[in-house]
Design a protein around this ligand. Sequence first.
Ligand SMILES: [Zn+2]
Length: 260
Amino acid sequence: MKIQKISMNRRDILMGLAAGTILPVSGCAQNEALGRSQLQLVSENQIMALSQQAWQDALQRERILRDPGYNRRLQRVGANMVRATGMTDLDWEFVVIDSDQVNAWVLPNGKVAFYRGILDIMEEDGHIATVMGHEMGHVAARHSAERASQQRASQIGLQIAGALLQQQGVEFNQDMAAALGAGVTYGIIMPYSRQHEFEADRLGVDYMVSGGYAPHYATDFWLAMSTRHQDSGFEFMSTHPSDAARLDAMRAHIAARGYS
Ligand SMILES: [Zn+2]
């Protein structure tokens, strides 16, 4: 087959995707917690159903620690932080997972897991509030839905790009799909993910302060985390890379808000 001149090259396609000009971006909604609009191609119901599934899987897969000391601590901070976020309509649940892993997560449906390993290095409640506030920030900001929507959008974008190329007699082969896919992932989705970390940090600090915890616990904790290696069982660091830029932004936010 004769390959014709491609009037829309890979760069145009990526630029179009980035600018939203070749995406059906009608599914946008304003997020109150963030004060910006978000792409919404995945429904709240879908996210809730996925969260419920993830929660059931985790409860089956992991061993739950019943130790009253660990649980009282997590519940105490959890109750304060839920009040601070104002997200009291979610069906919150807090469990301690009996594992050395340094990890913690909060699902969009209000299900919270802290691993024994991360609680063991958190000397003060303020450290628990730091991670919980950050994770609750991801929930309030609907980052999971946004991320899923972005992934969905990049798939749609790839399909559109493929169809356009085919119309022009260009075969959309596997290599091209892979190249485009990598560009979309690293060029568009990853920076958003980074933006999500900054947003969750800001919201997390606000929630901590509302919950009665000094904001220095946040900078102390993330500074300590930034010196740890993720290959030494610090799972949390692989999903939340901590670095100087995040710490600087957090300090700037604390100063701008006048927290002390
Ligand atoms: Zn995060």
